[in-house]
Design a protein around this ligand. Structure first.
Ligand SMILES: NC(=O)c1ccc[n+]([C@@H]2O[C@H](COP(=O)([O-])OP(=O)(O)OC[C@H]3O[C@@H](n4cnc5c(N)ncnc54)[C@H](O)[C@@H]3O)[C@@H](O)[C@H]2O)c1
Length: 380
């Protein structure tokens, strides 16, 4: 099966970017919104992003025209009847997605693959709401979709192999790197990222280090593109809380039990950048840490034990989580490294970092922290 026409439902942050990716990949796009006002807003998002690409010299005017001509904007879902693939990027609520998929199931011909961009809902539950369970897959893009190269292609236990292959082939054709994974909460990238982000939230809450020290250790020290608390503010603290709750619900792993302070920040309406305040304040010039704790004396003593205290306390368990994911046979080490590089912008994947630091150094440090390294880490 070769996909040549794609429908995108929901032209918000993700949908507009996803539609752009397809059109730039040479595919005809049917772009759908719920009403004319939202359709215009969605078209505006796509146009703005394409104009930016022209301004920056990444597209010439002829390419721009061709790309624009591949779009058809509509508020009629029935217009999706001619699509080989429909990808939805509507709000992250199971009832909205299942109701949409039920409707698409009635509109689209039997060969059409229906894909969800969900970050945390079970793709299997969405598939089960249709009569074509084998042709429902996850197609998880990263924000901003035109920039981030990873696409996690989610295979449920009932997925047709040719649907998975066709979606992975399309992602490659559009310049993305597909990684095929099973249907597990958080897939690869979010499952690894959010355990680490929650650890950073707990560290800030326990005042083991200041907000600035935590972010500095992980950006300057570990070379990650952003510190974890600044990243949570960017994602939105409400979204972080929701993802952690879903992950905790499914795994019952304490690593995902949301930091109590994170819940309180959300309750107080401090949602990060979008609300002007989260772990930082964004109201005047450069962001300033908004949690100003005095780091307590015993903790200062532990910090004096080594300047790498924050880095090791956050990074090493994160690397151990990556090893566990390989040990569980959920993903290969290459897939884990690819997902974190191309989905989260890591300069090197966690397993490459582990090789560089040395598994023995990491395992010994984990034991010192009172954590038990994974059996595979001990073996390594
Ligand atoms: N934002 C991210 O960083 C990110 C990253 C990866 C995946 N996702 C997932 O992508 C999906 C969309 O997220 P987003 O951030 O683009 O959201 P968004 O709020 O920006 O966009 C949602 C779109 O859905 C439309 N919509 C609202 N209610 C609808 C309904 N009842 N039926 C159909 N359409 C409706 C809205 O008009 C809007 O354009 C979610 O499942 C989210 O988990 C988001």
């Amino acid at each position: 099966m070769q996909i040549s026409t794609v429908g995108v439902v929901g032209l918000g942050t993700m949908g507009a970017g996803i539609a752009e990716v397809f059109a730039r990949g040479g595919v005809e796009v049917v772009a759908v919104e719920v009403d004319e006002r939202l359709l215009e807003a969605g078209r505006g998002r796509v146009d703005k992003s394409l104009h930016r690409a022209v301004d920056r010299g990444r597209l010439d005017t002829a390419e721009h025209e061709q790309i624009v001509s591949r779009f058809r904007y509509t508020v009629e879902r029935a217009d999706l009847a001619g699509c080989d693939l429909v990808v939805e990027a509507v709000p992250e609520r199971l009832e909205i997605k299942t109701s949409l998929f039920g409707e698409l199931d009635g509109i689209c011909p039997p060969h059409t693959v229906l894909a969800t961009n969900t970050s945390s809902l079970p793709v299997t539950a969405i598939a089960a709401s249709t009569a074509r369970r084998g042709r429902v897959v996850g197609m998880h893009f990263f924000n901003p979709a035109p920039v981030m190269r990873l696409v996690e292609v989610v295979r449920t236990v009932v997925a047709d192999e040719d649907a998975i292959n066709a979606v992975a082939e399309l992602a490659s054709r559009c310049g993305k790197t597909p990684v095929v994974v099973g249907d597990r909460a958080g897939f690869i990238a979010n499952a690894l990222l959010f355990g680490y982000l929650n650890d950073a939230a707990l560290m800030a809450e326990r005042q083991h280090a200041t907000v600035a020290a935590i972010d500095d250790a992980m950006s300057s020290g570990a070379g990650l593109p952003m510190g974890p608390l600044a990243l949570m503010d960017m994602i939105g603290l409400d979204v972080c809380l929701e993802v952690l709750e879903v992950m905790y619900d499914e795994t019952r792993d304490r690593r995902y039990a949301p930091a109590p302070l994170l819940k309180r920040l959300v309750l107080a309406g401090l949602l990060g950048r979008k609300s002007g305040r989260g772990y930082y304040r964004y109201d005047s010039g450069d962001p300033e840490p908004a949690l100003s704790f005095t780091v307590s004396e015993p903790v200062q003593a532990s910090l004096r034990r080594g300047s790498s205290y924050v880095l090791e306390t956050l990074l090493y368990p994160h690397l151990d989580d990556a090893v566990r994911m390989v040990e569980d046979n959920y993903a290969t080490r290459d897939d884990v490294d690819t997902a974190m590089r191309l989905g989260c912008g890591y300069p090197r994947g966690p397993l490459t970092m582990l090789d560089e630091i040395g598994p023995k150094v990491v395992a010994d440090a984990l034991v010192q922290m009172g954590r038990s390294p994974s059996p595979l880490m001990r073996e390594m």
